[in-house]
Design a protein around this ligand. Structure first.
Ligand SMILES: [Zn+2]
Ligand SMILES: [Zn+2]
Length: 386
């Protein structure tokens, strides 16, 4: 007989497990691109999550991910990074940290730190100093849940980023699964419904966060966007009912960051780790909500006279540029955004093209219908046309 949690999983599981993303080899121009699906920003029992790194690795393999980046609160857990294997499956587990000033009440300014390989939590009281130090040791820093509203029914306070004068960080977490939950839950009944039907939660990044990102880009800052799950897999007890709410496996099938790397992962920890962080550092990535349908295969590229580039890259406008969007299936709507303004919208398409001689910062948002609503499906990093 199936356990209660198995029955619930049957109800909420995505329509398909991911298969590893494959490169489109039909065009020579993409010959040295390879896409991997990563879930990032999650917590284990070393902070306020319920699982171990092994539990996370297992859930990631079941969801078909190629890598995860674990970020416990104010603790850098050493000795657990590496490839985890089960049967023929494997997943790369990387370990960063989510840092904030623990003496500050209410809490603000959570920073995700990847690849620093040092304990940085002692620098949490000074975000600018922390960002500079992370950069100095070769790490990356992302502003976590930039806008994170209060949820008074559960005593969850507003833990948005507030020190916007900081400079030199790698990017922001444009779409955070937990912040978004706080925007849709109004009371305890809502919360219970979403616990049993978490696939109804996600609609897209918080619109103020999207606006904020465009503002930062307009200030000539290269701000890389990533999507994070903020998975905790907390345990809930309600009378005789015990269950894990929003299990890791659910999160790993939902808001992921897809990273474009120059060659497939080799299985060598140090080499692969460097390749993933190098790609994230420049924004060779997009955010995909993989629950309605896998976003593997999405591409946003620009072709100039002598060069072809992808998300995160820069291209000269000289002699004109062709922007091309290729979607991994029919989309309800695809928006091309230049300098924060929607300049073109296509409906029910899989491929879109736009020819321009205008310099600007171009990015793409794709929407798809799911459970009777138009929801955010893909958010690209920008291409910088100069
Ligand atoms: Zn946080
Ligand atoms: Zn977190």
């Amino acid at each position: 007989m199936k356990t209660f949690s198995a029955v619930i999983w049957e109800l909420i599981k995505p329509r398909q497990d991911h298969t590893p993303c494959r490169v489109n080899t039909s065009g020579k121009k993409e010959a040295n691109m390879h896409e991997i699906t990563i879930n990032l920003h999650m917590h284990t029992c070393y902070s306020d999550g319920s699982g171990t790194h092994r539990d996370i690795a297992r859930a990631a393999m079941q969801a078909g991910l190629q890598a995860v980046i674990v970020t416990d609160h104010n603790v850098w857990v050493q000795g657990v990074e590496g490839y985890y294997r089960e049967g023929k499956k494997s997943v790369l587990v990387l370990v960063g940290e989510e840092i904030h000033d623990q003496d500050r009440d209410p809490q603000k300014n959570h920073l995700l730190v990847f690849g620093a390989d040092h304990e940085m939590a002692t620098l949490g009281d000074n975000p600018q100093h922390l960002i500079e130090h992370v950069r100095k040791v070769g790490g990356l820093s992302f502003i976590a849940h930039p806008i994170d509203p209060e949820l008074s029914a559960f005593n969850e306070s507003n833990i948005s980023w507030v020190d916007w004068q900081v400079r030199g960080y790698t990017g922001i977490e444009l779409w955070n699964g937990f912040s978004e939950l706080k925007t849709v839950v109004r009371g305890k009944l809502d919360a219970l419904i979403y616990v049993f039907f978490p696939q109804a939660i996600a609609h897209g990044p918080i619109s103020k966060t999207l606006y904020l990102w465009d503002e930062l880009l307009a200030q000539n800052q290269r701000v890389v966007a990533i999507g994070g799950s903020d998975a905790h897999a907390r345990k809930m007890s309600l009378g005789p009912l015990h269950r894990v709410i929003f299990p890791y496996k659910f999160h790993f099938s939902a808001i992921n960051t897809h990273v474009i790397i120059p060659k497939p992962l080799s299985g060598n920890l140090l080499e692969d780790r460097r390749m993933v962080f190098d790609a994230l550092a420049v924004g060779h990535a997009f955010i995909g909500y993989d629950l309605p349908k896998s976003t593997c295969g999405f591409r946003f590229t620009a072709q100039g006279k002598e060069q072809n580039v992808t998300m995160g890259d820069e291209l000269s406008v000289k002699d004109g540029v062709t922007l091309q969007v290729r979607m991994p299936g029919p989309a309800a709507e695809c928006r091309l955004i230049k300098d924060g303004q929607v300049i073109r919208t296509w409906k029910r398409v899989e491929v879109c093209m736009h020819i321009t001689t205008d310099p600007g910062i171009y990015r793409v948002e794709v929407y798809r219908k799911y459970l009777g609503m138009k929801r955010g499906w893909i958010f690209s990093n920008p291409i910088y046309i100069r």
